[in-house]
Design a protein around this ligand. Structure first.
Ligand code: C5J
Length: 221
């Protein structure tokens, strides 16, 4: 069945069977108080504020029978998939692989690397550990989505201008129609979120579409 979201800059037609809901990096270290994000001086309450809206969308999408993809920014324990340039840049108090407040920073399997309980994956959902900011780099996800006949992607998660935007741009270059749910994404920097939303739907949806979650919820049967 063809559905339509009243989106910006124009209507977004989609079908549940060929669309995946993608939840980017809602992992404890970025979102929860006491995690890595907070040790960097970020106000994580901005990010936790989107959790109820994300839960509503996830519940409705599961009920509609749609595919769900969860991502985590995660490296192997030996950091063989972490380029030195990523680990060594700048002068942070903690680097990737160091012991942080919730285990080793951005290392797969550590407590801080788990998706927050409120959005925990269930059986049948795809969980992708991604070593980069974008969800397609070195993950094999494009091939999986192609096999499943997915052509449309609905995006939620954090942070808007980093991993969410990078993933949307990667998706756009691979031929997917992507839509960003604006009340289900957040940044530690509100001005970066606003700029990203504007960039995504500028120039006739040059990267994709944007809409509030209410628009998606009212479009679902
Ligand atoms: C994400 C980051 N998930 N900001 N990572 O956006 O480093």
């Amino acid at each position: 069945m063809s559905l339509t979201i009243a989106a910006t800059p124009f209507a977004y037609p989609f079908a549940v069977q060929s669309t995946a809901l993608v939840i980017i990096d809602m992992q404890r270290d970025f979102v929860e108080p006491g995690g890595f994000g907070e040790t960097l001086g970020n106000d994580v309450s901005l990010l936790t504020a989107i959790v109820p809206a994300c839960q509503r969308v996830l519940a409705a999408w599961r009920k509609a029978g749609g595919l769900v993809v969860h991502t985590r920014e995660a490296h192997r324990a030996d950091l063989s998939d972490c380029p030195p340039a990523k680990r060594e840049r700048g002068n942070p108090s903690l680097r990737i692989g160091d012991e942080g407040p919730m285990g080793r920073i951005l290392v797969a399997g550590e407590p801080g690397n788990q998706i927050i309980a409120a959005l925990a994956p269930i059986e049948g959902e795809i969980v992708v550990n991604k070593p980069g900011k974008g969800m397609f780099y070195a993950t094999g996800l494009h091939e999986t989505l192609q096999e499943l006949g997915i052509s449309h992607l609905l995006f939620m998660g954090v942070t808007t201008e980093v991993c969410v935007q990078t993933s949307m741009r990667e998706a756009n270059d691979r031929g997917y129609d992507g839509l960003l749910l604006t009340d289900c994404t957040e940044s530690y920097f509100p001005e970066f979120k606003a700029a990203t939303i504007a960039m995504v739907h500028a120039q006739g949806a040059i990267v994709g579409w944007t809409a509030e979650s209410a628009q998606l919820l009212s479009a679902l049967p």
